[in-house]
Design a protein around this ligand. Structure first.
Ligand code: ADP
Ligand code: MG
Length: 561
């Protein structure tokens, strides 16, 4: 079975294509969104999703979130005694989604289509693919999130149209200009900012509250900070149906209250909103279209549910964006539709996808500056926003007399000087010694539909051919190290699926106990003991009733409901 996965910075979703439609698969808690949070206890039990988010409040040093931002880098996260990289943490999220899908569908899941932000570079895409493999999934395709979202919308549309997809998630912002001429969906341009998202809008509220409470963020312990942040998040979302919020939180035992109107919040977010303009302008410019030529604006990502973001988009484009598909689910549904197209489902009209490469790929050369040959210049080979798959060749010559090797630097980026671009790899070939400029090599870059780059160098005189597939940071990790890491991952055992709801309510109880004082604390303790007793009896019905009772009690404490 093939599933579609939206592996988000903040939330992940899994979906499939069945009985002629794409459907979201609920997780073990019956929810569609699984927070991309991982927590590991000292015994090596892994928590993923809401229980991990809950556990992160109590054990921040054993938990990790927002790790998608470090995908494809060597950054290591310490979770207690465990050290994991972003792709390994992601593989734990994928493993959990895979299990949820298997349990829901009642059959084994072997293959997946995983979405990534359009702005993800080559290393990040490969790391995502490896994360899937570490989770036991054969990743048959990597798809751009905005493309997936556009498919989710485009399938419903009857007419050809030009779309601008505005995706504001937890930590990334992607803008894409796409065009549907049935049956072809073509991506014209993509732009974005990997470092802005809904979390920054939470930070604004967090900052305002601490300012109001007269507390410096550095003076607070981790737990207080995460409590205030959690409350800021809830208040931010509350703006979706209220024009004014009241935020209350205890700092060093003292309750602080802040009242804020939507207008005040909007003013405080102005610098953030301003940062959203640039990628929009760039994508339109790269696509060669004006704002007026866009037929539909598609909102994607949880942060576009915010009224201030909606107001900003409406004002900027002078019209109302379309809300046809739930912004939380569009990407996963699109990935599932892609699954349907792949398995050539008769119910679904095929949409041919074309994608573009998000960055320019090139190499380093010397350039005659009038006086001498200046090294370190960038020679673009595949320009950004070229439709993929694509293959391009450039010919370069030896730069010195008696040079015996030509080393090709494989670079990604837009800067004129190669040192400012990202070095993806190097490929070196021997050439016969001779005068400068005599020996020539062809450098061919091939970018496939999954945005995986293959580089081939061909020496004219010796007819020698050498090829590499850029393997991302795998090449920096020795085989032995990679195997060790695989083994370490095997030790991490997922909390059993059916225990998840009980585990979640217990973790939540523990957290609320820590946050509370006095009589409330004692009441929580009593309620938790009662639940413990029910658990010991091992009667399913009784456990469920006790869990519902405890959940309701904790809801009353947390939200006063
Ligand atoms: P990602 O794609 O990065 O995983 P999502 O699309 O799930 O992220 O969006 C998560 C972000 O959306 C979070 O920052 C969350 O606070 C924000 N969000 C969710 N609901 C709302 C809402 N009603 N109002 C404002 N922001 C929201
Ligand atoms: Mg997303």
């Amino acid at each position: 079975m093939l599933i579609g996965i939206d592996l988000g910075t903040t939330n992940s979703l899994v979906a499939c294509f069945r009985n002629g439609t794409a459907e979201i698969i609920p997780n073990r808690l019956g929810e569609n969104l699984t927070p991309s949070v991982v927590s590991v206890d000292s015994k090596g039990t892994v928590y993923v999703g809401r229980s991990a988010k809950e556990r992160a409040m109590l054990h921040p040093l054993e938990s990790a979130s927002v790790f998608k931002r470090s995908m494809g880098t060597d950054r290591e996260y310490k979770l207690g005694d465990w050290t994991l990289r972003a792709e390994e943490l992601s593989s734990l999220v994928l493993r959990s989604l895979k299990e949820d899908a298997e349990s829901y569908l009642g059959e084994p899941v072997t293959d997946a289509i995983i979405s990534v932000p359009a702005y993800f570079n080559d290393l990040q895409r490969k790391a995502t693919k490896r994360a899937g493999e570490l989770a036991g999934l054969n990743v048959v395709r990597i798809i751009n999130e905005p493309t997936a979202a556009a498919i989710a919308h485009g399938m419903a549309a009857e007419h050809d149209a030009r779309y601008l997809v505005f995706d504001l998630g937890g930590g990334t912002f992607d803008v894409s200009v796409l065009e549907l001429y049935q049956p072809i969906m073509e991506v014209h341009a993509i732009a974005g900012d990997n470092f802005i998202g809904g979390e920054d809008f939470t930070d604004v509220l967090y900052g305002l509250f601490l300012q109001c409470a007269g507390a410096a963020p550095e003076s607070l312990d981790l737990k207080t900070r995460s409590e205030v942040r959690k409350s800021a998040e809830a208040c931010k979302c509350a703006f979706s149906d209220k024009d004014e919020i009241t935020m209350c939180c205890a700092i060093r035992g003292q309750m602080h209250i802040m009242q804020l109107t939507l207008e005040e919040y909007e003013r405080a977010c102005a610098p953030l909103l301003d940062r959203l303009r640039k990628p929009i302008e760039r994508s339109l410019k790269d696509a060669g279209v004006s704002l007026q030529q866009i037929d539909q604006i598609v909102l994607v990502g949880g942060a576009t549910k915010s009224p201030i973001v909606r107001r900003f988009v409406t004002k900027l484009f002078g019209r109302i964006p379309c809300f046809g598909v739930n912004p939380d689910e569009a990407v996963a549904l699109g990935a599932a539709l892609q699954c349907g197209m792949r398995s050539r489902d008769k119910e679904i009209q095929e949409v041919v996808l074309t994608d573009v490469c998000p960055f320019t790929l090139g190499t380093e050369v010397m350039v005659d500056n009038g006086a001498f040959e200046e090294p370190g210049h960038y020679l673009p080979i595949i320009e950004r926003n070229t439709v993929i798959p694509v293959s391009r060749t450039e010919t370069v010559c030896t730069a010195h007399d008696d040079q015996t090797r030509i080393t090709v630097k494989i670079l990604q980026g837009e800067s004129r000087m190669s040192q400012n671009n990202l070095l993806l790899g190097e490929l070196s070939v021997p050439v016969p010694a001779g005068p400068k400029g005599k020996e020539a090599v062809d450098i061919t870059y091939t970018y496939d539909v999954n945005s995986l780059l293959e580089v081939e160098v061909f020496v004219h005189s010796s007819r020698l051919r050498r090829k590499i597939l850029i393997q991302g940071n795998q090449s920096r990790l020795s085989q032995e190290e990679a195997e060790k890491r695989m083994e370490a991952l095997q030790y991490l055992k997922q909390n059993p699926r059916d225990e998840e709801p009980n585990r979640l309510v217990l973790l939540r109880g523990e957290r609320l106990y820590e946050e509370a004082t006095g009589e409330t604390r004692r009441a929580i303790d009593r309620a938790m003991l009662e639940f413990d007793r029910a658990l010991k009896k091992q009667d399913r019905g009784q456990i469920q009733r006790a869990r519902e009772k405890l959940t309701q009690f904790l809801d009353e404490i947390e939200h006063g409901q």
